[in-house]
Design a protein. Structure first.
Lengths: 50, 751
């Protein structure tokens, strides 16, 4: 059962990583234009100054 | 601003060079400094709807000189543009967008920032994320416990669960705890009280069990309960936030500028709301008069339909009184703004709106109505369960567990989640069809209306005059009239030349054309003087209908009469409304002739004409007193008090500011069908909410006796509660009725 002492922190750490990623995305405006981002995937990349 | 001189006109309706330069100057004030020398402007783009629009705007604008950065936000229908002020300007950007086929309006992003940032929504979302994370992990740990962990292992798993769940509950449950404490302080019981009690009891008793190495801990129940309730809370917030943002956007859109002439004759464009009494304002043909006042110089026709509902233009001269919101049609006017404050028409209307809002009985939202009965009941049953079990067994732990299970199982998910989910789905549906919901509660009020009251000009009609009596095509006067009309931008002249063009008439040869503002147009056809204009000017008998007269030489004047046309689907919409069992009434400020004719054309049996704002308000009040629930649809300043007094109200997006502010819903597009669609959506929402209440009632009727009998552990309670939450949510979001009238089309014409 000592394996639990490793597995539980590991699984919690992974979960926390996901939570941190979510909070990061929330703080950096990743959810501000969901429709637009879904549409932009259809465009081909151009030069930034194009 | 040195590039203004060579700018083409800002918009086709803003008159000559000076007016357009001033209009551009007004547009420039939206630019804000950005990095370095750059400036930044935020634009509303109501017409964009698809991926293609993003591409064509971003690519098209990037090719313009001086544009440094363009980013379109499709969800909010906005664009943010950074440009070099030495090379480009706001008006150039707007022109470039117009050339690409998009109507753009600059707005003050700073004023919208509070609404946009939506701090509360992000806070709720973060709490939701934490609750979700904790619920997943604790659930998995519970799986291990329930699959047979024993002794030290079970204690260890319980402690790990406690370690995750307790901080998560403390953080995620904060909105509920705060609201519950606030409500208790005020001596009331709201839904957050049983929620907080259930969560705290579950957490507290689980911690107690864990410390005593007990068999069962219910951290999972507490945290998953919070997770589901936060989903509901967030959806509810979202609906309100979208409503608030639409309202703020409409305010930002309506910002108008006024051209003030200083004592030294110099002109300046300032926001209309900053206009001080006594200022001299110049109003070009095609502009709306920005403030109440008296005409000091000039002569013109004004369209008062937005103010009084009358469709016939009125001639104004020096000394005539004009009101904010009137449209100047033919000549340039200089208006001395009168003392603002109490005496103005707008102030009078605003007072009536406020009074009407006060007079309206406060509407109780469904969830609040239910909560008032539900919350005390739940506490009572839980208390009975606790004391009943304690008296029967003398076991505090067991009694507490039963009471906790009861609180969790009766948790008001139908109220906390299902109604917000229904509202969010309905609001989203309306938004996609071009109907902006300004107040989430309006959906509930709209569902129960039984009478629809329409205004005429601008609501049932599209506000444009149309030639009624196209004379015989071979009439020799017809080409002369067309030639004269073609040189004017007066709406009646425009309607005349359009009608002539539709009959494939070619204009006659006319020379020396002069437009006399407020009178008409004069020219020479061969040897004869031809006049097209008002009755008095051409020596004709005045008619009751809106008309212009043509006199060639000394001949008898020929009348061209005009009427309004209904929006293309007004008759259909009225009959659809009757089909829904609603009573349809027309209240108009216009004269009885045009009103009766339009009511017949639209198929409205009851029509009242020459209604003042007070009459309209009194009529709505009388209907409401008789127990009717009224939906008022109107656009004019004269409709504003009636809009505020009705149970629910709608305005087209082109309505006067004060009316749009008073209306609950605002619809875009050239059609009237959004009215029917909004009512049907609201009725569906009401049905769904009632179904969800029924589902919740059935579930509680089954679950409460089981919980009272002690057959439900808090874990089972949490699972059952989650299951019911998912069912009511699915019921809320399953297929909604759609507007058969191609929603895309209404978006295209929403400018």
């Amino acid at each position: 059962m000592t394996i639990l002492a490793i597995l539980i922190p590991v699984s919690l750490g992974l979960g926390l990583l996901g939570l941190c990623a979510f909070v990061w995305a929330l703080r950096h405006g990743q959810y501000q234009d969901l429709e637009g981002d879904a549409a932009r995937i259809l465009f081909t990349e151009r030069d930034p100054d194009g | 601003m040195r590039d203004l001189e060579d700018n083409p006109p800002f918009s086709p309706c803003c008159g000559g060079g000076a007016a357009s330069a001033l209009a551009s100057q007004a547009a420039e004030r939206w630019a804000r400094p950005s990095e370095g020398r750059r400036k930044r402007v935020d634009l509303l783009l109501p017409g964009i709807s698809c991926a293609g629009c993003i591409g064509s705007i971003e690519r098209g604008l990037a090719q313009e000189p001086g544009i440094e950065f363009v980013r379109v936000n499709l969800s909010l229908r906005r664009a943010s543009v950074e440009f070099n002020p030495d090379v480009s300007s706001v008006s150039r950007i707007i022109e470039a967008l117009e050339a690409l086929g998009y109507d753009a309006k600059p707005f003050d992003a700073n004023a919208m920032a509070g609404v946009d940032r939506d701090a509360q929504g992000r806070d709720l979302l973060a709490r939701l994320g934490v609750a979700g994370f904790a619920a997943m992990n604790v659930m998995l740990l519970s799986v291990s416990v329930w699959s047979g962990a024993e002794d030290a292992t079970r204690d260890f798993l319980h402690w790990v669960s406690a370690l995750i769940a307790l901080p998560a509950i403390a953080y995620s449950g904060m909105p509920f705890f705060r609201s519950a404490i606030g409500s208790l302080r005020a001596g009331r019981l709201n839904m957050d009280v049983p929620i907080s009690l259930a969560v705290c009891l579950a957490a507290g008793s689980s911690l107690y069990e864990t410390m005593l190495s007990g068999e069962h801990a219910y951290f999972d129940a507490g945290i998953s309960l919070l997770f589901f309730l936060l989903v509901g809370r967030y959806l509810d917030h979202r609906t309100r936030a979208v409503a608030r943002s639409s309202a703020a956007e409409l305010t930002a859109l309506s910002a108008r500028s006024a051209t003030v002439i200083a004592a030294d004759g110099s002109r300046a464009a300032i926001p209309a709301e900053e206009l001080s009494p006594g200022a001299l304002v110049e109003v070009a043909a095609g502009e709306r008069i920005p403030a109440d006042g008296v005409v000091e110089v000039g002569r013109s026709d004004v369209d008062r339909s937005l103010v009084t509902g009358e469709s016939r233009p009125e001639v104004v001269e020096e000394g005539a009184e004009v009101h904010a919101g009137m449209l100047n049609l033919s000549g340039v006017l200089r208006v001395r703004a009168r003392a603002t404050g109490e005496a103005t028409l707008l102030a009078e209307i605003a007072r009536m709106v406020t009074a009407a809002e006060h007079g309206k009985t406060r509407y109780d939202r469904w969830a609040d109505q239910a909560a008032r009965i539900y919350a005390p009941l739940v506490h009572l049953i839980a208390a009975i369960a606790f004391f009943g079990w304690y008296l029967a067994t003398g076991d505090v732990r067991l009694s507490l567990s039963v009471a906790t299970a009861l609180l969790i199982i009766t948790c008001p998910c139908a109220l906390g989640l299902a109604v917000p989910a229904v509202h969010a789905a309905a609001g989203g549906k309306l938004f996609r069809t071009g109907v902006l919901l300004k107040d989430a509660g309006a959906l509930e009020r709209l569902a129960t209306v039984d009478t629809v009251v329409f205004d005429k000009t601008g609501t049932l009609t599209d506000g444009q005059p149309v030639l009624n009596n196209a004379p015989r095509i071979d009439d020799p006067a017809w080409p002369i009239a067309m030639a004269l009309a073609g040189s004017s931008r007066h709406p009646l002249a425009r309607a005349l030349s359009e009608a002539a063009a539709a009959h494939s008439i070619s204009p006659a040869e006319i020379t020396e054309v002069i437009e006399h503002p407020g009178l008409g147009i004069e020219g020479r056809a061969g040897d004869l003087t031809a006049r097209l204009g008002s009755a008095a000017w051409t020596g004709a008998e005045p008619t009751e209908e809106t008309a212009v007269f043509l006199r060639v030489g000394d001949g008898t004047p020929l009348a061209f009469t005009f009427g309004e046309v209904l929006r293309m689907d007004s008759p259909e919409t009225c009959s659809a409304l009757c089909g829904l069992g609603l009573k349809v009434v027309l209240l108009s400020g216009d004269g009885s002739g045009p009103v009766a004719r339009l009511a017949r054309a639209a198929g409205i049996p009851k029509a009242l004409s020459t209604q003042t704002p007070t009459d309209k308000l009194a009529h709505i009040r009388a209907l409401e007193r008789d127990g009717h629930r009224v939906l008022m649809v109107g656009d004019g300043i004269n409709d504003a008090p009636a809009l505020a007094a009705a149970s629910a109200s709608m305005s087209p997006v082109a309505a006067a500011d004060v009316s749009r502010a008073a209306a609950d819903l605002v619809f875009t597009g050239a059609r009237l069908s959004p009215v029917t669609f909004a009512i049907r959506t609201a009725q569906t929402a009401r049905r769904r909410a009632l179904q969800n209440f029924a589902l919740a009632a059935v579930y509680n009727a089954l679950a409460i006796p089981l919980a009272l009998a002690g057959l439900v552990t808090p874990l089972v309670a949490a699972l059952a509660m989650s299951g019911s939450s998912i069912i009511v949510t699915l019921n809320a979001i399953r297929g909604w009725p759609t507007d058969q009238r191609a929603p895309l089309e209404s978006k295209d014409t929403s400018q």
